[in-house]
Design a protein. Structure first.
Length: 270
């Protein structure tokens, strides 16, 4: 598996895509191949400046890790169980995800909270499972209703603290990618405003990286994110967690290009 030119360096931006359950097996594989071709030809991905990953449906993970890994990108799982093995019919543990080549595990998405009733305790257990299996958790947080920046920071900080405190009680922590996804923006025609996103994530980023073992952790934005957004955001926003607006590989290429351009440009003031 080829890696970016300087894998020891910290990435300057993070771009992730979740395919949720939109694509079947073959379409998911084809998508990963298209993304791999884009990644292989993209200087910012090859240099390691942009950390790029895709979270496909689980049966695709072995092929996704092979295809994307060869192009300097990576793959992971959209969910893991909190135990590594045992009598848990239908579940998949972090140990298996790691064996399949996955490098990330998404935990705490709003749909998991709403549809499956996952609370802070469960999310903390899954975060711990990611850490102990060498996976980077994509910890999703976000307020249900739109309110003030201060309210969003307070609610999301509580969700982050709940997950990380529980995880740390069970073993050593590791790097975390927090995906700030206001629930009212998920599936909406437009994302939250750039000023709102930047203000909330600036607050979350400072509090996250002040926690033990989290100095290399970053906060990215999700929730109807797509082309054109990254260039409007403050540098505290480390990147984007993309859904349907990146399911077209050409849209993802545009976002990678915009992210690289932002890295080369002066910081945007909002």
């Amino acid at each position: 598996m080829s890696l970016p030119a300087n894998p020891a360096a910290q990435p300057k931006a993070i771009i992730g895509v979740s395919l949720k359950m939109y694509f079947g097996y073959q379409r998911s594989v084809d998508y990963c191949r298209d993304v791999a071709a884009i990644a292989f030809a993209h200087p910012a991905v090859q240099s390691g400046d942009i950390e790029l990953f895709v979270l496909p449906t689980l049966p695709v993970l072995p092929e996704a890790t092979r295809v994307l890994g060869a192009a300097g990108a990576a793959a992971g799982a959209q969910n893991i169980f909190w135990e590594d093995e045992g009598a848990f019919t239908g579940e998949v543990g972090g140990r298996t995800v790691a064996e399949l080549g996955g490098r990330y595990a998404e935990v705490g998405h709003a749909e998991r909270r709403r549809i499956f009733g996952e609370d802070d305790t469960v999310i903390g257990l899954k975060t711990a499972a990611a850490y102990r299996n060498g996976l980077t958790p994509i910890l999703c947080v976000g307020e249900l209703e739109q309110g003030s920046v201060e309210e969003a920071i307070a609610l999301c900080t509580a969700e982050i603290d709940g997950a990380l405190n529980r995880a740390r009680s069970l073993g050593p922590a590791g790097r975390t990618i927090v995906a700030y996804e206001p629930q009212w923006a998920i599936g909406a025609p437009e994302p939250a405003t750039p000023a709102y996103i930047s203000a909330v994530i600036t607050g979350l980023d400072a509090q996250l990286r002040a926690q033990p073992g989290q100095k290399d952790s970053r906060v990215i934005y999700g929730g109807s994110a797509g082309p054109g957004l990254i260039t409007t955001l403050d540098s505290a926003v480390a990147g984007l967690f993309l859904g349907r607006f990146a399911h077209d590989p050409e849209a993802l290429k545009s976002i990678l290009d915009e992210t690289a351009a932002r890295l080369a440009a002066p910081e945007v003031t909002v």
